[in-house]
Design a protein around this ligand. Structure first.
Ligand code: NAD
Length: 259
């Protein structure tokens, strides 16, 4: 075990799968005590079992980030079982409903914002008092390349991800004096288990994977581990003078200008 997060208490939302799971794995290896906060009880418990078997310290708390009472319960349980949180990774998010703007219903708009934006604020609101009292904390909000660019018919995902940057900047300014850093991490296409299932559903899975990878100047998609490492950087003292920033980790995708 390494110790860049020695005995730090880290809450990672949406850590039962995909990017969040990879972050939980790396943070445990670095000595953090980790709360997996996810709606998926089966996968969440499996992740905890795996981390514990590797010598890590982790708990699962069933959490719907969109429901404030659920988040309150999760933070209370974390404090009781692991200690007061020093790190929050706001990772839970849904790409939903992938519609055109005028076809998007109010229910779809609300659900998208409830998870992707309200969910982050619910978690921030509950952990910030502990970080203020400790005069130290790091919050990492997972944005996206969709935080800066628009892909047609992905409404309102990109709107929620743009808002994540606003939330990040605002909280960074408000809580900097408490030595609480708030940054956004913005991935390009990441090969999560869900992405692989999606490739498999297409007529030619190899071609589907390659065509998405080819959008990036590096000519491939990211692995979950390649997003976990910059999350560790932003959560640890390695980025101690960095706040209010967006770290884009997208294989160069966002700098391409299409003629
Ligand atoms: N995968 C990508 O290519 C990619 C790219 C850029 C940004 N992102 C962002 O990264 C984050 C993680 O994405 P992923 O691809 O790993 O997703 P994923 O679907 O693989 O995993 C998301 C996890 O969040 C959980 N979750 C969903 N709704 C929840 C809720 N209301 N409360 C608690 N947990 C909930 C799910 O159960 C799941 O375990 C998201 O914010 C996503 O927008 C993903």
């Amino acid at each position: 075990m390494n110790s860049r997060l020695n005995k730090q208490v880290a809450i990672i939302t949406g850590a039962a799968d995909g990017i969040g799971q990879a972050i939980a794995q790396l943070f445990c290896q670095e000595g953090a005590l980790v709360c997996i906060a996810d709606i998926n009880e089966i996968l969440g418990q499996e992740v905890v079992n795996s981390l514990t078997a590797q010598g890590g310290k982790a708990i699962f708390v069933k959490t719907d980030v969109a429901a404030h009472e659920s988040v309150k319960h999760m933070v209370k349980t974390t404090v009781e079982e692991l200690g007061e949180p020093n790190i929050l990774i706001n990772n839970a998010g849904i790409i939903y409903p992938n519609e055109s703007p005028l076809n998007t219903t109010k229910e779809q708009w609300d659900k998208s914002f409830n998870v992707n934006l309200d969910g982050m604020w619910n978690c921030c609101k509950e952990v910030l008092p502990f970080m203020q009292a400790a005069k130290k904390g790091a919050i990492v909000n997972i944005g996206s390349v969709h935080s800066f660019k628009i892909v047609p018919n992905h409404f309102p995902y990109a709107v929620t991800k743009h808002a994540v940057i606003g939330l990040t900047k605002n909280l960074a300014v408000e809580f900097g004096a408490d030595n609480i850093r708030v940054n956004a991490l913005c991935p390009g296409m990441v090969e999560t288990p869900a992405a692989f299932r999606w490739f498999e559903e297409s007529e030619d899975p190899v071609a589907a994977r390659k065509s998405l990878g080819d959008i990036h100047p590096l000519k491939r998609n990211a692995s979950c581990e390649e997003i976990a490492k910059p999350a560790l950087f932003l959560a640890s003292d390695d980025s101690s003078f960095m706040t209010g920033q967006s770290l884009i980790v997208d294989g160069g995708r966002s700098v391409v200008y299409h003629l």
